[in-house]
Design a protein around this ligand. Sequence first.
Ligand code: C5P
Length: 334
Amino acid sequence: MTTEQLAPIVRLAPAKVNLTLSVADRQRDGFHALHSVMVPLGLADRLSLARAAGREDSLHVVTGTDGRTALDPAGFGSVLAGIAAARRLVGRGADTFPLAARLEKRIPIAAGLAGGSSDAAAAIDGAVAAWGTTATPGDAARAGAEIGSDVPFFFAGGPALVEGRGERVDPLRSFAGPPPGILLVTPAVEVSTAAVFKALDDDPRAAPANRGSTRLTSEHLAAELSPGYPPMRADDLVVRAGVLAVANDLANAADLLVPGLRALRRALVRLLGRPIGLTGSGPTLWALYPSLEAAEEAARRVRDEHAADRLESPGARAPFVAATTIEGQGRTSA
Ligand code: C5P
C-alpha cells in the first residue's frame, strides 16, 4: 500500500445555484430539456474516503455546528452510489478495495442546491483517486449522470451552461476579481424535484410566467459568460440580478408546493431591497451581492428579523440562512 492510500482522500462537494433555469416540455424519456446557467458555491459538504476495515463500502454522516451530530446514512445513498459508479468506471483491472466514507453535511437537503448530486460527484472523483486510478472528467460525468441529472455539472470545474436532462455541460468563464457574494435562505421544508416537475406538467397554476423571456435571459447570460465577451465581475452580475431572479420556470410550481414561499420571497425583497431568485426546484431563495461581506450583512439582517418574529418562513424550524460566494472552481481538494 502506498502512502497516498493510507492518508484519507478529501474532497469538497460544493452546492450549486441556478442563475437561470429554462424548462421545455417533458421529453419521451420522462425528463424535461433544460437550459440553465449553473454556478458552484463556496458552501460545500466535505467528503473523506479511506480504506475500509471491512469487506464493503461504508458511510458515516455528521452535521451540526460541532460537526459531530450523526445523521442516518440511509438518506445519503448518493455517496455509496458514486463509489459504486467509480468502481464500474475504472474496471476490473484496478484494486478497487472497499472504502469507508465520512460525509460532513453542510448543504441543506432537498433544497435546490444539489447537495446530494455534488456528494455523488465528489465520491466518484475521490474514489478514483483513492484507488490510485484516473478517469477523464467526461467519463466521470457520464458515470455520474446515471445517479442524477445534476451530477455531471460538478465535473465542469466552475460555472457552466447545462442542457438536455442535465448531461450536456459546457463550461463558462469564471467571474473576474473578488468572487460575487450570495445570500441563501432555505425554509425548513424539503421539496421533491420530481413533484415540482410533475406540478409543472399537470397543474395550470404552475405554468411559468414567461417561458420565452426565461429562455432568452438564460441564452444571454450564457453568451456573456463565454470567451468572446469581456470577463464579468461581481458588480456586472449584481446589476443583472433583476432579470435573473425572474428567470426560473419552476418558480410557480415551487410556490404551489410550498405554501408561504411566495410570501417569504416578497418579504425578503422588502427587507433587503434586492431581487430574490429561486434555485432549481426550490425552496432555497437567493440574493446576489458584490462581496461576501455584503452577503454576510444581509444574512445577519434576515436572522435578526426572523428572531424578532417579523419574518415568517414556511416549515416548523427557522430557515437556514447562509452567506457564501460564487466560486470558479467546481470541486477542490481540501
Ligand atoms: O435526475 P434526478 O433524480 O435529479 O431527477 C429527479 C426527478 O426530476 C426526475 O425523476 C424527473 O421527474 C425530474 N426531472 C425532469 N427533468 C430534468 C431533471 C429532473 O423532469 N431535466
